[in-house]
Design a binder for this molecule. Structure first.
Ligand SMILES: *[C@@H]1O[C@H](CO)[C@@H](O)[C@H](O)[C@H]1NC(C)=O
Ligand SMILES: *[C@@H]1O[C@H](CO)[C@@H](O)[C@H](O)[C@H]1NC(C)=O
Ligand SMILES: *[C@@H]1O[C@H](CO)[C@@H](O)[C@H](O)[C@H]1NC(C)=O
Ligand SMILES: *[C@@H]1O[C@H](CO)[C@@H](O)[C@H](O)[C@H]1NC(C)=O
Length: 429
């Protein structure tokens, strides 16, 4: 099930875009509208393409989806964990303009993979699980295009890695479970280039208790050409040309982890291009206290973090400034809206990421007004009626609306239904 959320400040943008979907132009608090009741798969990953279509995909190893692949096509994969002959789709394309769904054929397991869009508009999605852990997948946007897969395209297995597009058009792929290194795509050498580069920061921030907290690190390109990398409770400025740490930032105050499974979220705040020297700021919000994941196994669901840290990464002496959100939130998504404000949406108020590990869905999005005075930056938006917990997503559409989808059904429910994911809703507890 997918919904759109429209922030109140964007009512004007909506009015312009009313040819897409009819909207009530309401007052403050935002508007929710259900755009698709059942897209057939769980929207674990979403990417907007330049042709106004959204590529959506879910893991392949959880049995049949609720959408049959057209033209009698089936995936016959001896390495697949669940269904060896699978005639259902695990990826779809959502056409925003016509509000329709087209089944796509993804052939390897994209579960917790990562990707970025290349300058030519192709989505390059790498890694994942099992048969997909070293796969390179390309989705070239067009009305009939489908996934193309190349394997093994990665030098290392990448599960829960982070990708970022670089100024020269390459993609950097950082980390992943058990991978304290990074690599580039395309590679310097053609053929089977196995080059990876060590990044000790990733094992330094690997939680010794075994729940990592260094997965899906937050990565942003700084205005000086270096990469800001945040993992667990620490961050560095990294020169990927020369494999050197340029700067080590102070640990985030409180020291609690912000990365998977204590999943918070982060954005690079909008840059002021009129300024004589351009400054860059990063905002990190939410997450879960240290030890939270282990507590969920014992049936204790600790309150999620309600703090955000903001830091000017271009400063000579950068310091975190902490702010308090109107509520705690883990597994959130943060989106920069066209008016420059930040939407904090989806997730849970208690627990962590992981199967059955979240409680108390955070139904009200927050808006963070970057330029308002500290202490009056947050605004609580109208709630959704659908919990969006583990494996949920949100992305900005070109008309200013935010498309929201995903959240996995319960694990026992899946077992009961012999692996059938009936629709993409339900994960309330
Ligand atoms: C999808 O779900 C509906 C409703 O439960 C069911 O009637 C239909 O057969 C399902 N389709 C597939 C391909 O699983
Ligand atoms: C990386 O090192 C080279 C010399 O080895 C130097 O010319 C270059 O400026 C460095 N790159 C950056 C971004 O500092
Ligand atoms: C930051 O994270 C590390 C690694 O998990 C941990 O050992 C350290 O205690 C944390 N810092 C604080 C202040 O909690
Ligand atoms: C989703 O599936 C559940 C379980 O089959 C069902 O109860 C619920 O009505 C469905 N929701 C929608 C929106 O189709």
């Amino acid at each position: 099930m997918t919904m759109v959320f429209v922030a109140p400040s964007l009512v004007f943008a909506i009015a312009i875009a009313s040819a897409f979907v009819a909207f009530p132009t309401d007052a403050g608090g935002g508007t929710w509208q259900l755009v698709q009741k059942n897209i057939g798969i769980v929207a674990m990953h979403m990417q907007l393409m330049h042709n106004d279509r959204v590529v959506i995909f879910d893991r392949t190893d959880f049995g049949h989806s609720n959408l049959t692949l057209p033209n009698g096509r089936c995936r016959r994969n001896p390495y697949e964990k669940s269904v060896k002959v699978d005639c259902t789709a695990h990826s779809v394309e959502y056409d925003v303009a016509s509000n329709t769904i087209r089944a796509l054929f993804v052939q390897t397991d994209v579960w917790c993979s990562s990707g970025s869009v290349a300058p030519d508009g192709r989505l390059i999605q790498t890694g994942g699980y099992n048969d997909g852990e070293r796969t390179l997948r390309i989705f070239n946007p067009c009305s009939t295009c489908d996934w193309q897969e190349f394997g093994p395209g990665l030098a290392a297995r990448r599960w829960y890695a982070s990708n970022h597009i670089l100024p020269d058009g390459r993609q950097i792929i950082i980390g992943g479970k058990g991978q304290f290194n990074y690599e580039f795509n395309p590679k310097a050498k053609t053929g089977a280039d196995k080059t990876t580069f060590r990044l000790p920061f990733l094992w330094q921030t690997n939680d010794p208790a075994g729940v990592m907290n260094n997965l899906y690190p937050f990565v942003f390109l700084n205005v000086d050409g270096n990469l800001f990398i945040f993992s667990n409770n620490r961050s560095i400025l990294f020169d990927y040309h020369n494999n050197t740490v340029v700067k080590t930032y102070p640990e985030i105050p409180g020291g609690d982890p912000r990365c998977y499974p204590s999943t918070g979220s982060a954005v690079l705040l909008p840059l002021n291009l009129q300024a004589s020297s351009i400054q860059a700021e990063v905002l990190v919000c939410g997450g879960a206290p240290r030890g939270s994941f282990q507590q969920t196994i014992k049936g204790n669901f600790l309150g999620a973090l309600n703090t955000c840290g903001r830091i000017k990464i271009t400063d000579l002496n950068p310091q975190w400034v902490m702010e308090r959100m109107p509520g705690g939130r883990v597994m959130s998504d943060m989106i920069t809206l066209p008016d420059g404000n930040i939407l904090i949406i989806n997730g849970a108020a208690d627990g962590t990421a992981g199967w059955e590990a979240g409680r108390n869905p955070a139904l009200n999005p927050f808006i963070y007004k970057c330029n308002s005075p500290a202490g009056s930056r947050f605004e609580v938006e109208n709630p959704s009626s659908i919990p969006r917990m583990y494996h949920s997503t949100a992305i900005l559409l070109r008309d200013g609306r935010v498309l929201v989808g995903g959240s996995n059904p319960h694990l026992p429910l899946l077992k009961l239904n012999s692996g059938m994911i009936s629709n993409s809703s339900c994960s309330s507890r």
